[in-house]
Design a protein around this ligand. Structure first.
Ligand code: PLP
Length: 350
């Protein structure tokens, strides 16, 4: 597959010389070395040494798990860091733009704003689907990166894979498919498309189904040259040792994760069924994620009433076409019981 890195990245970064740690320069020959190169405290604790800047052990395991080559994999401090790096690495401030499809995940715009990069917004259709004609019509020479979260946040639905493929074929910049909720989705991952589309980047996260939001670990999959570029522009030690170890352990617990996902999927169905019977719920949007979006009669009032009942949900009503909606994460069964109870109480009290 032909790949031309300079097509995708800021010209000023093409020849950037990255920070080098001395340990990276040294080629290990299997001996146990005395490490006096990094001004660490030499007395052993779990974290007295800097972590491996390239997380080689963890990448080996993740590559096996995901069926990719190690050089197609980049690890970030949560997907949030990756999103920021894609924008920083490919868009010139004050000149280039990203494209997003509201209502969408809020970090794309925040990261673009932080980097002085413009944002083109092409709304989803009223059914929260990608509007391919409008998207292709809006792309211009300033458009460098397109972000597609599927399943989408806050709307919870999947996007049609044929439409995403059409975009990959008709846009010469980078397409980031953000699969943060892929474990809950009925659509397969598009990681299998990597060999077909040099402009495809896929990101997934340990924050959702993998149950490690506090550890901050994101995975990105792309062409090896793109990955090598991310390794050059990243902070040297972006993934800490505690996170690396926690992820190595979690990879051995995929049966447990799978069982938790199964519970959350059946709880999602139970929640959807219960919500549909409530008079204050006007619509429950179909979900392919671990949360549901509902339209209610008065989102601010219902949000505050839930707070009074000791339950925090998200009120995304300020997002385009999300007036009077609430976004509710699927909790543990007993938490969902409490939520349903509270919503019934709110619904039927005058
Ligand atoms: C679509 C989407 N992408 C990325 C993220 C952030 O993931 P991380 O915790 O890995 O930064 C979220 C979090 O809500 C999300 O909804």
């Amino acid at each position: 597959m032909e790949f031309n890195l300079s097509k995708y990245i800021r010209p000023s970064l093409i020849s950037l010389a990255p920070y080098q740690s001395a340990r990276q320069e040294f080629e290990g020959d299997g001996r146990k070395m005395i490490l006096l190169d990094a001004n660490e405290n030499p007395f052993e604790s779990v974290v007295n040494r800097y972590p491996d800047p390239l997380q080689q052990q963890l990448k080996k395991e993740i590559a096996l798990w995901k069926g990719v080559e190690e050089d197609q994999l980049y690890l970030s401090n949560g997907s949030d860091e990756f999103i920021s790096q894609v924008i920083m690495g490919s868009c010139a401030p004050g000149k280039d733009q990203i494209m997003i499809f509201p209502p969408t995940f809020g970090m794309y715009k925040v990261a673009a704003n932080l980097h002085g990069v413009g944002v083109q917004e092409v709304p989803l259709t009223v059914n929260f689907q990608l509007d391919i004609a409008a998207i292709l019509g809006a792309i211009n020479e300033t458009t460098k990166v397109i972000f597609i979260p599927t399943p989408n946040n806050p709307t919870a639905n999947n996007f049609d894979l044929n439409t995403i493929e059409q975009l990959l074929q008709n846009f010469s910049g980078l397409v980031v498919v953000d699969e943060a909720y892929v474990e809950f989705s009925s659509n397969p991952s598009v990681v299998s498309w990597l060999d077909k589309y040099p402009n495809l980047l896929v990101c997934q996260t340990f924050s959702k189904a993998q149950g490690m939001a506090g550890a901050r670990l994101g995975m990105a999959f792309a062409h090896p040259e793109m990955i090598a570029f991310f390794n050059r522009i990243k902070a040297p030690y972006n993934i800490n040792s505690l996170t690396i170890n926690a992820a190595l352990t979690r990879l051995k617990e995929q049966d447990k994760v799978g069982a938790q996902v199964a519970v959350l999927l059946s709880e999602r169905k139970r929640l959807e069924d219960a919500l549909a019977t409530l008079p204050i719920v006007l619509h429950c949007y179909p979900s392919d994620a671990n949360f549901v979006l509902i339209r209610v009669d008065d989102s601010l009032l219902r949000y505050q009433q839930l707070i009074s009942e000791g339950i925090v949900v998200r009120n995304p009503s300020k997002n385009l076409n999300c007036e009077n909606t609430l976004r509710i994460s699927v909790g543990r069964p007993e938490e969902n019981d409490r939520l349903i109870e509270a919503l019934k109480k709110i619904s039927y009290s005058v």
